[in-house]
Structure formats: structure tokens, C-alpha cells
Write a protein that binds this ligand. Structure first.
Ligand code: FUL
Length: 461
């Protein structure tokens, strides 16, 4: 049943739709949450439902074996011998990723597209005889394979002479963004970090984030912007692939107003979000398949195994986050065979894990006890052994559950299988195998009147 308040919210959202469609109304936190708690925008919902995206760190560092270039690299070293972005996108598709993000420019300042803002770019390299445009090849390959392209433009630039001369460099940065966001069609995610250094003048660059964000909103109204401070999606606070066990998609924006801040309260808010958050800003978990972000031959033997990748999936997607998994192309311009094989195997394991819900023919009874409590009971037709559970809130109506207990009815009575706080888009947990005849989800705390949560359980694999 739609409550009166939900009906009103839907009506307000629908009244705003023409403005949204016309692109006049861009503020993601504004439209779907007039009188109450935050709701995701369409773009934020699509972003989360993708679940898995790949990150491609590629640039001069790929050829110098470094993680951070110093900006003095000779563009002539950028010469991938067999670059094929379709090979990246096919591997991405095969492992179930729905989007890819490319380092259009990393801290070294080398631009992977021919830009008018600097000569430190592919145009000065032997790649395609100086006629190449890697951003174009990347975006085209994504589209050919039905994947959504995203771009990372490092604000820290160790090459550009204007860096540190704040207003002048901010103009350069915005000019670069304008090129990237007007030449290549729809870009679905624009990725910013907070890395910040000094320029050749010895001064620390002051970024102008509000101006940057409003430029992106104007040029690509359907893109989500990532940074510590969003505004659309936030960093999860570590690069280990682990979201908070408590993970709200809502935040209090005043705690992390700009990227690059440190401190315990900032990290807590990034990791866990804020229960009383006033904007919708879900967490993205970025982590590399290798120890480094860029390719290093010595790390060819240190690629994460399929089981390790599967674990990362559980601690990110399975904790109401999105997994942005970095797979760095080698100096040939292709993924390494080990990375591709392990990605494929990860997908096989995940598919097997969730292939056969034993709850498919369960009978469910949903009862709301109060504004903060509800119970879902699922009776199974016969005793079954389970080894994993998957809980989901319909987040288009916001995130509501603040505490829950999932119990299983065993021969010894009701037993707690999982006791947790948030659920959100997805809360997936592996379990020690146990035979149950019924499952009971008790929501014991919620920030809005609970709506029915989907509960699925799976046989041990
Ligand atoms: C950080 C950078 O300093 C790393 O090199 C890497 O690109 C990571 C994803 O973001 O801010």
C-alpha cells in the first residue's frame, strides 16, 4: 500500500519531471525527497544497480613502472604495442561489469586525449603516430560492448606549468573537463580524487570544487560525480575493498564538504555513511586486482585470486556499496592473461553462489509492528541446507532498516544466522551451512516505516 506521504512524494517528484527532463533541475539531492528523508536519483539508482565496474589505470606510469609519475616523463615513452580497448571491454563484460572508468589524466599530467591545454599528451607520443585519441577508443569500445564509460581526471597535475597558480590552473582544469565532457557523448561517471600538491611556484594549488561540480552538472546532467565529497557518490574511505558493515547511503554533507580531508570523523562518515544524513550519497569501493594501481611486471604473480575477488564482492556489493575494481592494462595495451582468467573465474563463482535460491517456493508473511519494527517470515516446503543469504531493500524508496536479525528455524529451534545494522540495496552474507525449515527476518530498528525486504537464501557451494 502506498502511504499518503509516499503518494505526496511521488506526486512532487512527478511534478518536477518535466524540469528534470529538460535538464533545468540538476541537484541530485533535491528532487525525490521533498518532505522527508533522501531518495536516490535515477542516475544514482542505475549506478548502484550496475554493482561492478572496472577501473583502468593506464598512462606513462605503465611504461616507467611507477605508481606516481613526476610529470617529467618524455611523451615518446607512451607507445603501447598492441592497444585494443575492445579487449578490455570484452573482459569487463565477461566478468559481469557494467561500466569502466579510464584515467584520462593521472597525477603526472599526461593526457590520453589530444587536448588544447597542453602538449603533454598522446599527440606528442608515437601512439598512432601522434594521431591517436585513447579516450575516443575507450569510449567507442565501451559503447560497442554495451558498457557505460567513465573518466578520471586527476586534479593534481605535476606537469602543467600553471599548477599552483590557483585561478589559472583551475581554468586549465575546467577546459580539460569541458573537452572530455563535450567531445565523447554520454559519460556516466566523472571520477575525482583529492590529491593536492605544490606547483613549480612553490604554492599549494587551491581547487574550486563547487565550480567544477556545477560545470560537470551542466555538461553531463546524467553523469554521477565521485569524490570523497560526492556530490553524487562517495569514496568508501579505504582502498582495501571493504565497505562498513554499517553502510548508510545517506550522509551529512557538512562532515566531508570537499575531497582530500582526513580525520576519524571523516573516515567514519565515508565508511559508514550517516544514519541521519540529509543527502543521498552511496559509497563506491575502489580497489585494485594487484598491489599497485598501474601495471608492474613484478606484480604479474600477485594478482588477486578468484576467491579473493569473490570476497571483495561480498565486502562491497554485499554491503550496500558498488565495487570499482582496478585492472591495469600492460604496456602492450591489453589486460594480462592472469587478470582476465581470474576475473572470469570470479564471475563463475558468483553466478554459482547465487544460481539457485532455495527460497524460491517459500511462502512469506510480512507484518509491520510499528514505525521502526517489522517481521518477514518465510516458510520453506521442506528442510533445506543453506550457505548464504541475500537481503535487499527497495532503495528507490530510500534506505530504512537500521538493525535486523535474520533467524533460521533449525531442529534445535530458532537460531540467529546474521545480526546486523543496515541492509540497503543489498546485504549478502556467506553462512556456515545450516539446515532450516523457515527463515525469519526481524527488523528491530528503522529510520522510516519499514517496507518489505526481499530475502533469498542459497544452498552451500
Ligand atoms: C588515488 C591516486 O593517488 C592513486 O594513484 C590511484 O589513482 C587511486 C585510485 O586514487 O587518489
Amino acid at each position: 500500500m502506498t502511504s499518503r506521504r509516499e503518494f505526496l512524494q511521488q506526486s512532487v517528484a512527478m511534478a518536477l519531471m518535466p524540469a528534470l527532463r529538460s535538464g533545468l533541475y540538476h541537484e541530485p539531492s533535491g528532487y525525490a525527497q521533498p518532505a522527508s528523508r533522501p531518495r536516490p536519483t535515477r542516475a544514482q539508482l542505475d549506478w548502484q544497480r550496475d554493482e561492478l565496474a572496472l577501473f583502468c589505470h593506464f598512462g606513462v606510469n605503465t611504461f616507467t613502472n611507477r605508481e606516481w609519475g613526476d610529470g617529467r616523463e618524455d611523451p615518446s615513452i607512451f607507445n603501447p604495442s598492441a592497444l585494443d580497448c575492445r579487449e578490455w571491454t570484452r573482459a569487463a563484460k565477461a566478468c559481469g561489469a557494467k561500466a569502466l572508468i579510464l584515467t584520462a589524466k593521472h597525477h603526472d599530467g599526461f593526457c590520453l586525449w589530444p587536448t588544447a591545454t597542453t602538449t603533454h599528451s598522446v599527440a606528442s607520443s608515437p601512439f598512432r603516430n601522434g594521431q591517436g585519441d585513447l579516450v575516443r577508443e575507450f569510449v567507442d569500445a565501451c559503447r560497442a560492448d554495451g558498457l557505460r564509460p567513465g573518466l578520471y581526471l586527476s586534479p593534481w597535475d605535476r606537469n602543467h606549468p600553471a599548477y599552483g597558480d590557483s585561478p589559472r590552473y583551475n581554468d586549465v582544469y575546467r577546459a580539460q573537463l569541458t573537452e572530455l565532457l563535450t567531445r565523447y557523448g554520454n559519460i556516466h561517471e566523472v571520477w575525482f580524487d583529492g590529491a593536492n600538491g605544490e606547483g613549480p611556484n612553490g604554492k599549494r594549488q587551491q581547487y574550486d570544487w563547487p565550480a567544477t561540480w556545477s560545470l560537470v552538472r551542466r555538461l553531463q546532467p546524467n553523469a554521477v560525480m565521485f569524490s570523497d565529497a560526492g556530490p553524487d557518490v562517495r569514496w568508501i574511505g579505504n582502498e582495501r575493498g571493504v565497505a562498513g558493515e554499517t553502510n548508510w547511503s545517506t550522509v551529512r554533507p557538512e562532515i566531508v564538504p570537499v575531497p582530500g580531508l582526513e580525520g576519524a570523523e571523516v573516515m567514519r562518515s565515508l565508511q559508514q555513511g550517516d544514519r541521519d544524513g540529509t543527502v543521498w550519497r552511496p559509497g563506491e569501493t575502489d580497489v585494485s586486482i594487484r598491489p599497485g594501481w598501474f601495471w608492474h611486471p613484478a606484480e604479474d604473480t600477485k594478482v588477486r585470486s578468484a576467491d579473493n575477488l569473490k570476497q571483495l564482492w561480498f565486502t562491497s556489493v554485499g554491503r550496500n556499496s558498488k565495487l570499482l575494481l582496478n585492472v591495469p592494462p600492460t604496456s602492450s595495451g591489453r589486460f594480462h592473461v592472469t587478470d582476465v582468467a581470474n576475473l572470469r573465474l570470479m564471475r563463475e563463482r558468483l553466478d554459482a553462489r547465487f544460481a539457485d535460491p532455495v527460497t524460491r517456493s517459500a511462502r512469506g508473511r510480512w507484518a509491520v509492528q510499528s514505525d521502526t519494527a517489522a517481521t518477514l517470515t518465510l516458510s520453506l516446503p521442506r528442510p533445506v541446507e543453506i550457505g548464504a543469504v541475500d537481503l535487499r531493500e527497495d532503495i528507490s524508496a530510500g534506505q530504512r532498516v537500521a538493525a535486523f536479525v535474520l533467524e533460521g528455524q533449525t531442529a534445535a529451534g530458532w537460531q540467529t544466522l546474521v545480526a546486523g545494522t543496515t541492509i540497503g540495496y543489498r546485504r549478502a552474507e556467506p553462512l556456515a551451512p545450516v539446515t532450516v525449515t523457515a527463515l525469519r527476518l526481524r527488523i528491530t530498528d528503522a529510520v522510516e516505516r519499514p517496507r518489505q525486504v526481499a530475502v533469498a537464501a542459497f544452498a552451500p557451494v
